[in-house]
Design a protein around this ligand. Structure first.
Ligand SMILES: *[C@@H]1O[C@H](CO)[C@@H](O)[C@H](O)[C@H]1NC(C)=O
Length: 497
């Protein structure tokens, strides 16, 4: 080991070609999105505040509750629950703790007395609905119908973007309709008859969007999908709109571990499917992470990475404790196009002097995830310039170390939002190395008097375009190995503890 290696090279070639192009094109969009989120935060919150709780605070939730149709519980609950409650305080989590008067409800999903629609369409990031009761889908019509058990429910309609970022206008919305009353009360308002009745719950979500970018694959889909569906232990059906076969192929192991059933291509599904529980849309709690307060079963990002290690049968759950005989292994991610390290051999020698066994890898979009996961898991430390390759931290053993090299130009806040916080949430140690002007190729390209070098704040004030063009798009990094040495030493210290 220790030589140049590629992160895999075979499989899904034609998909991958497209994927790579898409990935490249959306690369900047990714950073723009998080940049905007971060700028927005800057405007309204203290500098050290994080976005963790923001979605929850800002979300407006509408809870509609109705009595169930079981004989023994219905009359008792009717008066209490038939009324529509509207909660605008924004503090009610999607997954509520059960009400005391539901304590005697029968445990199995088929006989549950719950009938409610909880939609959350005003959040800053995601739009979702949780539907319990009589739920019917017509995929090709992009419609979901909720038939309330209560005769006094009013008709309501929500438009839900099933991709985790509501701003993703390339992904079509789904219409969720709550009918006015139950069919027994008003046969004219009857929904279409069930062609298929499912006795497992379903999660409806969209692909497309920014998928194809490795970081977005995880942040926008895999992590929120895990949070939405893990509680079902595989007994859940995925209804996928904007279905991308290459994506399902690439992440098949993860999708299979979450759902035992073949995913339904929603856009081509004209049959009416009936469920007792349906989640519409995926909720992004926080970039590349999970907020336990918002997740069913209080799942954490560390749970997600443990799940990945299990899914890909990754052997290492903890890093090496360095000894004289056993060196920890450091993986240096060498980007191919921009934000590259220009002095890889020198960095490698510095890391070796610090006591690491070093591998250098170039991420490839067409690499089978299984191979990448195994390769990354065999290391203890991941080192790379800010970019999608650092997403591979999800495969490190818990307690491992990630060193993010932040390119010149005041990109620290974005770097922390995209990787710093997620990495800490994964149970890894996070180290950050900010590149000085002298280590940036922008200095020799533009000279010391250019505003990009002299005054990064002014570049940020001018807007996103120049930030993306210079700091993200035209910059490579020549690490000053003397300045970098203490960071490497710190990484080693973390492993000794
Ligand atoms: C589902 O929606 C499509 C498109 O609107 C429609 O043509 C079809 O009849 C619907 N299916 C049923 C069973 O209602």
């Amino acid at each position: 080991m220790g030589g140049e290696m590629k992160l895999g090279s075979r499989g899904l070639k034609s998909w991958a070609q497209r994927h790579l192009n898409v990935g490249f094109a959306v690369g900047f969009l990714l950073v723009l999105l998080t940049y905007l989120v971060v700028s927005g935060q800057l405007a309204v919150t203290a500098p050290d505040a994080v976005a963790t709780k923001a979605p929850r605070v800002a979300d407006k939730q509408v809870i509609v509750r109705a009595a169930g149709d079981d004989a023994d519980g219905a009359s008792k609950r009717q008066s209490k629950e038939a009324a529509e409650e509207e909660d605008t305080s924004g503090t009610v989590p999607t997954e509520e703790s059960p009400k005391t008067d539901e304590a005697d409800a029968k445990p199995s999903a088929e006989t549950t007395t719950t009938s409610k629609a909880v939609c959350n369409t005003d959040g800053p990031v995601s739009e979702t609905c949780e539907l319990d009761g009589d739920v019917r889908t017509n995929g090709s019509a992009r419609s979901v119908t909720f038939v309330p058990a209560s005769p006094s429910s009013e008709r309501r309609e929500w438009k839900v973007r099933p991709y985790s970022r509501r701003t993703m206008s390339s992904v079509d919305r789904v219409t969720v309709t709550q009918l006015e009353s139950s069919p027994q009360q008003d046969p004219a308002a009857s929904p279409a008859a069930c062609a298929v009745t499912h006795n497992v719950p379903a999660v409806l979500f969209a692909l497309g969007g920014l998928t194809g970018n490795y970081w977005h694959d995880f942040s926008d889909v895999l992590v929120p999908l895990y949070a939405a569906s893990r509680r079902y232990k595989g007994e859940v059906l995925f209804l996928v709109s904007n279905l991308q076969p290459w994506w399902l192929g690439k992440y098949e192991a993860v999708v299979r571990a979450l759902s035992r059933y073949d995913a339904v291509d929603l856009d081509r599904d004209a049959r009416v499917r009936c469920f007792r529980h349906l989640t519409v849309g995926l909720r992004l709690h926080k970039e590349l992470s999970i907020v336990p307060d918002l997740a069913p079963d209080r799942l954490t990002m560390a749970d997600f990475t443990a799940f990945l290690r299990e899914t890909y049968a990754l052997p290492r759950g903890a890093p090496v404790i360095p000894t004289a005989e056993r060196k920890p292994r450091l993986l240096l991610i060498h980007r191919a196009h921009y934000r590259r390290f220009v002095n890889v051999p020198e960095i490698r020698r510095a890391a070796e002097s610090a006591g690491f066994e070093v591998s250098v890898a170039s991420p490839r979009g067409d690499a089978p995830v299984e191979e990448t996961a195994q390769m990354v898991n065999s290391h203890d430390v991941l080192l790379g310039v800010h970019g999608a390759g650092l997403t591979n931290a999800v495969f490190l053993p818990a307690g491992g170390v990630v060193i993010q090299v932040v390119p010149y130009g005041r990109l620290e806040r974005m770097a922390r939002t995209d990787f710093g916080e997620p990495v800490a949430d994964m149970g890894l140690r996070y180290l950050e190395y900010s590149v000085a002007a002298e280590e940036s190729t922008l200095l020799e390209m533009l000279g010391p008097d250019h505003p990009v070098i002299k005054d990064p704040d002014s570049v940020h004030r001018s807007g996103w375009d120049k930030v993306a063009e210079y700091y993200l798009g035209k910059q490579d990094v020549r690490v000053d190995v003397n300045r970098f040495a203490p960071t490497l030493a710190q990484a080693m210290d973390h492993l000794r503890q």
